[in-house]
Design a protein around this ligand. Structure first.
Ligand code: NAG
Ligand code: NAG
Ligand code: NAG
Ligand code: NAG
Ligand code: NAG
Ligand code: NAG
Ligand code: NAG
Ligand code: NAG
Ligand code: NAG
Ligand code: NAG
Ligand code: NAG
Ligand code: NAG
Length: 500
């Protein structure tokens, strides 16, 4: 029976081939790609990232990405995040970098971005906070860029620095958020810096945000001196928002110098918005005998960056510990199901491949191919995959799914790929879904899923990568995905004749 079937199939493929050589072809391809990564340094670092691709019920494609990091510590902390992707020619990319330097320092950033059909959105949040004695500084820097179907571009930016010097106490915080879609912008900036010192203190901030012709900037500086080591307090605050066509910004400066001897307070502030409802004020209190306001620039400090000092070693094996693939074969179903598990640091991997080809059923021919490949590393890892192709009488159905997990310490990776090709009467629909999730840190977690199915002509895709990592010293994660759909239509000879 099996022998008969094989002979039959070869015959059909041959006939198909000869028809194809004389037919015209239409080929369409859509690719979806995305990348997200987060790196961080500090005494305690948490990072995570995810990418997901999906197909909506109306057939449009979508992707979303997240990248998030949070670092706290003594001295310097930093988080660097980037996340973006594309659906065909429509794309979005974002970066957000935060660094803080002080006795107690925190850096945080978070990116979400999505392309859903033709709709593009992004949301970038950044936060730096420091407290301590002496000099402190928080810096944030982020941006977004978008491109629509027609190749038009839009960019957004947000930046901020806040810091100060004071021998008794200094505190600074800066926050920005920039939420954009193709035709809307909501951006917020907030910073506060306060310092107290004996003899001198200084607080400063400088920040801005915007997109296209809409932007706001705020900067402020208060610096105070007392010649007899009296107490000096300085404070600057700024707050701004762009919400659609509304813009509001407020800046406040405050200084106080007390003690015997001569005191000087200098304040400079600039707030710029391209609309009028902005408000700025400068206040100075105390027994200062000199006060002036004008343009002042300060160079605060050189930023020391503590690099991650930890190096990781990972035991990895050459072999798959367990691999089980079943292939029950019936005339019109080919399917596989397997799992690979490792608990001792060896890599897990799995692959399957299913082929089916049926000809002459109601004068139609059907073909299908499902393939999956997956691998994972880590102390504990596992890979699970399923696939089938099936001819149900009217259509060719298929599914290909591969999922890989890994947890452990040090650099680990999960990598999956799923391919599905179904064909009816020479019309092919091919999809390839691929994802890689990698992470480095003390406590890492990687998860990669690639899935594609086509049931009665309804195609479903899920390409999901999720990574998280935490650690002392440094932690980093990245997730990338790409999905390609191809549709090749071969008009039959009959169609060619009818169209003439
Ligand atoms: C990304 O898209 C998927 C599919 O629509 C959805 O389930 C998921 O919640 C989205 N993720 C985020 C962070 O919005
Ligand atoms: C960052 O981590 C710290 C410590 O775990 C936590 O208290 C804080 O809420 C986190 N910040 C954000 C914005 O998630
Ligand atoms: C801010 O907007 C003005 C126009 O309103 C533009 O000339 C300027 O280049 C913008 N600045 C930035 C940094 O984008
Ligand atoms: C932005 O404006 C919209 C519409 O006026 C309003 O609903 C929303 O609350 C505003 N958002 C912020 C953060 O102010
Ligand atoms: C205060 O300033 C005056 C004028 O510059 C100067 O003569 C005096 O020595 C200063 N006093 C102190 C305590 O520095
Ligand atoms: C201010 O921004 C608006 C858009 O909000 C823009 O149309 C206008 O040209 C800008 N004005 C100036 C003076 O840059
Ligand atoms: C401030 O700086 C601007 C440009 O650098 C200059 O035109 C202006 O004269 C300065 N103002 C003062 C008070 O120094
Ligand atoms: C295990 O997987 C990791 C990550 O893909 C790879 O770098 C390493 O070479 C693999 N080890 C072996 C023995 O194949
Ligand atoms: C198959 O094609 C032949 C010749 O064109 C035709 O006679 C027959 O009715 C068709 N069978 C079906 C099930 O469509
Ligand atoms: C596969 O690994 C994940 C993450 O380590 C774990 O949650 C899950 O239970 C594992 N599955 C199996 C069957 O071991
Ligand atoms: C679809 O996939 C099959 C199997 O991998 C391949 O032979 C064929 O060339 C692919 N077709 C297209 C249009 O990419
Ligand atoms: C991370 O690993 C380092 C080196 O093994 C260790 O010193 C540190 O305590 C670990 N931190 C956590 C949070 O597990």
């Amino acid at each position: 029976m099996r022998l008969f079937l094989l002979l039959f199939l070869f015959f059909i493929s041959f006939v198909n081939g000869s028809l194809v050589s004389r037919s015209s072809r239409v080929k369409r391809q859509t690719s979806v790609g995305s990348d997200a990564s987060t790196d961080g340094n500090g005494d305690s670092v948490m990072t995570d990232a995810s990418t997901q691709h999906f197909k909506n019920p109306d057939g449009s494609l979508g992707m979303n990405v997240t990248a998030n990091g949070n670092s706290t510590g003594t001295g310097s902390t930093n988080i660097e995040t980037s996340a973006g992707g594309n659906v065909g020619d429509t794309s979005v990319d974002n970066v957000a970098n935060v660094m803080s330097v002080g006795d107690t320092s925190k850096s945080y950033s978070d990116i979400f971005a999505a392309v859903d059909g033709e709709k593009i959105t992004s949301n970038v949040m950044q936060q730096g906070r420091v407290a301590g004695q002496g000099a402190t500084l928080s810096i944030v820097n982020g941006g977004s860029s978008m491109q629509n179907l027609n190749g038009e571009k839009k960019n957004g930016f947000s930046y901020g620095n806040a810091g100060g010097t004071g021998s008794i106490n200094t505190e600074a915080e800066v926050q920005t958020q920039q939420a954009m879609s193709w035709d809307q912008l909501m951006a917020r900036i907030m910073a506060v810096a306060a310092s107290t010192g004996l003899g001198s203190a200084q607080s400063n901030l400088d920040m801005g945000t915007g997109s296209g012709d809409k932007n706001i900037t705020i900067s402020g500086l208060v610096s105070g001196l007392n010649s007899n080591q009296g107490t000096v307090n300085t404070l600057v605050k700024g707050n701004g928002i762009i919400n659609g066509t509304d813009q509001q910004i407020v800046g406040t400066m405050y200084g106080m110098s007390s003690g015997k001897g001569n005191s000087t307070l200098v304040g400079a502030s600039s707030i710029v918005s391209n609309q009028s409802d902005s408000l700025g004020e400068i206040q100075a209190f105390g027994n200062s005998n000199a006060f002036s306001s004008g343009n002042t620039s300060v160079n605060l400090m050189s930023n020391t960056n503590i690099e991650g000092e930890l190096s990781w070693e990972l035991e990895i094996s050459k072999e798959v510990e367990l691999m089980r693939i079943q292939k029950p074969r019936r005339p019109i179903i080919a399917q596989s199901d397997g799992q690979s598990i490792s608990h001792d640091g060896k890599n897990s991997s799995l692959s399957f491949s299913d082929n089916g080809l049926v000809g002459g059923w109601r004068n139609s021919s059907f073909g299908g191919y499902a393939n999956g490949v997956g691998a994972a590393s880590g102390k504990d890892s596992n890979v699970t995959g399923q696939g089938f192709v099936e001819m149900d009488g009217d259509s060719m159905n298929g599914n290909s799914s591969m999922q890989a997990h890994g947890t452990g310490t040090g650099p680990i990776l999960a990598d999956t790929r799923a391919v599905l090709n179904v064909e009816k009467d020479g019309v092919q629909r091919n999809g390839t879904v691929n994802g890689i999730a990698s992470a480095d840190g003390n406590n890492t977690n990687v998860n990669s899923l690639s899935m594609i199915s086509n049931i009665n002509g309804f195609e479903t895709v899920n390409n999901y990568q999720k990574v998280s990592s935490s650690g002392a010293g440094s932690a980093s994660v990245s997730a990338s995905s790409w999905t390609i759909f191809k549709r090749k239509k071969r008009f039959s000879v009959l169609n060619d004749i009818l169209n003439k």
